[in-house]
Design a binder for this molecule. Structure first.
Ligand SMILES: NC(=O)c1ccc[n+]([C@@H]2O[C@H](COP(=O)([O-])OP(=O)(O)OC[C@H]3O[C@@H](n4cnc5c(N)ncnc54)[C@H](OP(=O)(O)O)[C@@H]3O)[C@@H](O)[C@H]2O)c1
Length: 362
């Protein structure tokens, strides 16, 4: 059975016995993990790209290396059933993620009712992960009862390990602890105690707190218990409300993920699409403001998704930006956008637009 999925340095320890042969040492760059890929990649620089995740950097003090972009899987496997063709297609997307340019793939116990983890587990069993790539997941409340205490955290961890086919995790977040108060989570026998226990027992190497509400997140960060912060939708072109939280986490030496740079849709699809921001309807004033940013983008020779991605990428406080994708073509698009420069004058003019009218209140 596999034990652990995470550190690039630990790729030798990757657990699926059938994977271990496919995972090379850094001094063997010509060898490629995916048998199907080996014919396609003739040039050593191409194999180099596949061997090493792009631009690896430490994720706080976790010992993990992250790329500037982490791929998000909240919709992976949604609507699929075991053995159906849709599941096979989702497994292909997961394989592309695990062999793509970025070090980490973000999932959760509850994404697509567990199907996201299941599909990632199938992809790992089928083709492993390229060197330096690994899956990060999250502990969730009991979906039936809403309970989210120490015992539930442990059950959630066990479910995730079973689906992913691993015994240990490099990083596990406490996810959206909204069904309990902070005081309940912090009490003996609470969710935080469950997370700390898993770490003390060596079942997870690092623990994170992943949620939205900034005031609540500041309480969790202030405990000093967590190694990583994951915030979402609140440090983007149109909402900066997580900045003090991110600064606090960075000062403490925590790793910082900034998720949903497109607000889940609006900043990828544009103001005319009427897409939601942070999973709620976009009010007219927000759409109008985004329309102004689109004008700025075209005057500076860029486009809205590229600018939205770089808003997060350019922050020295953010270790990795988590982008949700539901097709393999997005990986190439993202990598192209990552390598595209947004002119400095764009950011100056963006500042001049003032505070954006976000629809998020906390
Ligand atoms: N509480 C938490 O822990 C939390 C909360 C929110 C998010 N997250 C994590 O962060 C991830 C990202 O959040 P999100 O998916 O809600 O929001 P997002 O990354 O802001 O937006 C995802 C949307 O952008 C589109 N997109 C991606 N790349 C694109 C590109 N290059 N050009 C144009 N459109 C592009 C995707 O389209 P397609 O679907 O068509 O590919 C998808 O509709 C999630 O999957 C999850 O892993 C965690």
């Amino acid at each position: 059975m596999p034990e652990q999925l995470q550190h690039p340095e630990q790729s030798e320890q990757l657990q699926h016995p059938e994977q271990s042969e496919q995972l090379q040492h850094p001094e063997q760059p010509e060898q490629l993990q995916h048998p199907e890929q080996s014919e396609q990649l003739q040039h050593s620089e191409q194999s180099e790209q596949l061997q090493h995740p792009v631009d690896p950097r430490p994720l706080g003090g976790t010992g993990l290396l992250a790329s500037p972009i982490t791929l998000g899987t909240s919709s992976l496997g949604a609507g699929t059933s075991p053995g159906d063709p849709e599941e096979a297609a989702a497994v292909e997307i997961a394989q592309a993620m695990l062999h793509g340019p970025y070090a980490l793939v973000d999932t959760s116990n509850n994404y697509a009712q567990g199907r996201s983890e299941t599909v990632l587990g199938l992809a790992l069993a089928k083709g492993g992960a390229a060197e330096g790539r690994s899956v990060v997941t999250k502990a969730d409340q009991n979906p039936e009862t809403g309970s989210f205490d120490r015992n539930r955290v442990r059950r959630s961890f066990e479910e995730s390990c079973r689906r992913l086919g691993v015994d240990k995790l490099g990083l596990l977040h406490l996810h959206d602890p909204y069904s309990v108060t902070f005081e309940e989570a912090a009490a003996p026998g609470g969710a935080i105690a469950g997370m700390l226990e898993l770490k003390e027992e060596g079942l997870v190497d690092a623990i994170g707190i992943a949620a939205g509400t900034v005031s609540l997140m500041r309480q969790y960060v202030a405990t000093g218990a967590f190694d990583v912060l994951l915030t979402h939708n609140r440090f983007t072109l149109v909402d900066r409300s997580a900045l003090p939280l991110i600064e606090d986490a960075a000062e403490r030496g925590m790793g910082v993920f900034n998720a949903a740079p497109f607000g889940g849709g609006l900043l990828a699809r544009g103001s005319a699409s009427g897409a939601t921001y942070a999973y709620t309807d976009s009010p007219p004033e927000l759409l109008e403001w985004v329309g102004q940013v689109e004008g700025l983008c075209s005057r500076h020779g860029t486009d809205l998704p590229t600018a939205a991605l770089h808003f997060s990428l350019r922050s020295p406080l953010v270790d990795s930006t988590i982008v949700g994708i539901s097709s393999t073509k997005r990986i190439e698009q993202l990598e192209r956008a990552r390598q595209t420069e947004v002119p400095p004058s764009f950011w100056e003019e963006l500042d001049a637009l003032g505070t954006p009218p976000s629809n998020i209140t906390d």
